[in-house]
Design a protein around this ligand. Structure first.
Ligand code: DQA
Length: 147
């Protein structure tokens, strides 16, 4: 069965209480539940993870090779800074969808730069928690077309 990894970076464990005017009131646990329902409907396996550490994100990306068919990544602020994350994604040669709850292009200039975009199949941003479901749909469609 197709397996998709949804990986969340720093501060996303605080969703629900973190700047709700920007990120909404849905918690990460709520998002995981939504994603599990969507994955079941799409008949795919789902792994869902969050860490605040850049090194742990890289380790999880490395471990995804051979274990998952695609990665949906909300790298939080590391999106804008981490060449190491970009290199890890390039190294494992899995399709990546970059995801953000907020529309990073409508925010501060420093959020317009993304190292993840350079190696991603596509980007979903600005749709809040619903973006996770959209990303799952998009990844399944991408994997079907690539098969
Ligand atoms: C974010 C956008 C980033 O700029 C920010 O640093 C985050 C969350 C989003 O989901 O909108 O932590 O990735």
């Amino acid at each position: 069965m197709t397996s998709i990894l949804i990986l969340n970076g720093p501060n996303l464990n605080l969703l629900g209480t973190r700047q709700p005017q920007v990120y909404g009131t849905t918690t990460l646990a709520d998002i995981e539940t939504m994603c599990r329902v969507r994955a079941k409907a799409l008949s795919v396996d789902l792994a869902f993870d969050q860490t605040n550490s850049e090194g742990a994100l890289i380790d999880t990306i490395h471990a995804a090779r051979g274990a998952h068919d695609g990665i949906i990544l909300n790298a939080g602020a590391y999106t804008h800074t981490s060449i190491a994350l970009m290199d890890a994604l390039t190294s494992v040669e899995l399709p990546v969808i970059e995801l953000h709850l907020s529309n990073i292009h409508a925010r501060e200039t420093f959020r317009h730069q993304s190292y993840i975009s350079k190696v991603a199949v596509g980007v979903i941003c600005g749709f809040g928690a619903q973006g996770y479901e959209l990303a799952l749909d998009a990844m399944v469609g991408h994997l079907e077309r690539a098969a």
